[in-house]
Design a protein around this ligand. Structure first.
Ligand SMILES: *Cc1c(COP(=O)(O)O)cnc(C)c1O
Length: 229
C-alpha cells in the first residue's frame, strides 16, 4: 500500500531530480500541496509528514478546512489557487496567506482594502493565460505589465510573481514552452524593477518541465494525495 507519506517523499525525489537536471539548488523550489476535495484529515497527515504549504481551489471548502485545522496555525500556510469572485474577497483576505489567481485590478484592490491590519500583507501572484486558451481564466500576457505596476503599489498586498496553468502537453519539450514564456514575462517585470520572487508553475504531470524552466513553486495534488474523486 502506498501511503501519503511515501507519495510525498517520491514527489520530493522527483523535485530533487529535476533540480539536479536543471543545475538548480533544491531549496529554490517550494512544494505547494494542492488539497482541493481532500478531507482535513489528509491535510493533517501530510502536515505530520512535513508538508506546510497547502493550496485550495474553492473558497468555502477551504474555509471549512482552515477552521477545522486551526490548531495547526501558524505552521500551515494557506494558498488560494482557484478563481476568486469579488463577493468572496473579504473572507479570503482574512483567512489566506497567498492568492495565486489574481487577474483583475478590482479584485486586487478589494483584497488590499480588506486585508486585516494585524496580518502581514497578503502575498499575490498574477494568473497568466499563457497558453491562450479561451475558456481558462488569467490575464493575457500583454496585460500583465500594466496590471503588475498598479498592483505593486497597493499597500496591503505583496506582489510575489506569476502563476499559470498551461495546456496539457505530451512531451517534455512541448511542456517546457509555456513555462519558458511565463519565465520570460517574469524576467521582464523584474527588469522593470518589480521585486518578484515566485514563479508558480508545474503540477503533477509537468513539474519537471516547470522546474527546468525556472519554477520556484510547484503546485502538486494528485501525485501527493492520489486521484481526486
Ligand atoms: C488541481 C490544481 C493543481 C494540481 O493538479 P494535479 O494535477 O492534481 O497535481 C495545481 N494548480 C491548480 C490551479 C489546480 O487547480
Amino acid at each position: 500500500m502506498t501511503t501519503l507519506s511515501t507519495r510525498l517523499q517520491s514527489v520530493h525525489r522527483h523535485i530533487h531530480h529535476a533540480c539536479r537536471a536543471a543545475g538548480r539548488d533544491v531549496r529554490s523550489v517550494h512544494l505547494l500541496a494542492v488539497s482541493k476535495t481532500q478531507p482535513a484529515d489528509a491535510i493533517r497527515e501530510a502536515h505530520a509528514a512535513g508538508q506546510q504549504m497547502f493550496g485550495e481551489n474553492y473558497v468555502q471548502e477551504a474555509l471549512d478546512k482552515i477552521n477545522t485545522l486551526a490548531d495547526l496555525r501558524p505552521k500551515i500556510e494557506w494558498h488560494l489557487i482557484g478563481p476568486l469572485q469579488a463577493n468572496k474577497t473579504r473572507v479570503v483576505a482574512e483567512a489566506f496567506d497567498w492568492v495565486h489567481s489574481v487577474d483583475r485590478l478590482k479584485i486586487a484592490e478589494r483584497l488590499s482594502d480588506q486585508r486585516p491590519s494585524h496580518l502581514p500583507p497578503l502575498s499575490i501572484c498574477l494568473q497568466v493565460n499563457i497558453s491562450a486558451e479561451i475558456s481558462k481564466s488569467g490575464l493575457s500576457p500583454d496585460n500583465v505589465r500594466p496590471l503588475a505596476h498598479e498592483i505593486a503599489r497597493l499597500p496591503r498586498l505583496r506582489l510575489r510573481g506569476l502563476m499559470a496553468i498551461p495546456e496539457p502537453a505530451a512531451t517534455l519539450a512541448t511542456q517546457r514552452e509555456p513555462h519558458r514564456a511565463l519565465h520570460s514575462l517574469f524576467e521582464q517585470l523584474r527588469a522593470d524593477g518589480i521585486d518578484l520572487d515566485t514563479l508558480s508553475m508545474g503540477m503533477s504531470a509537468d513539474m519537471e518541465a516547470a522546474i527546468l524552466e525556472g519554477a520556484t513553486m510547484v503546485r502538486v495534488g494528485t501525485a501527493i494525495f492520489g486521484a481526486r474523486s
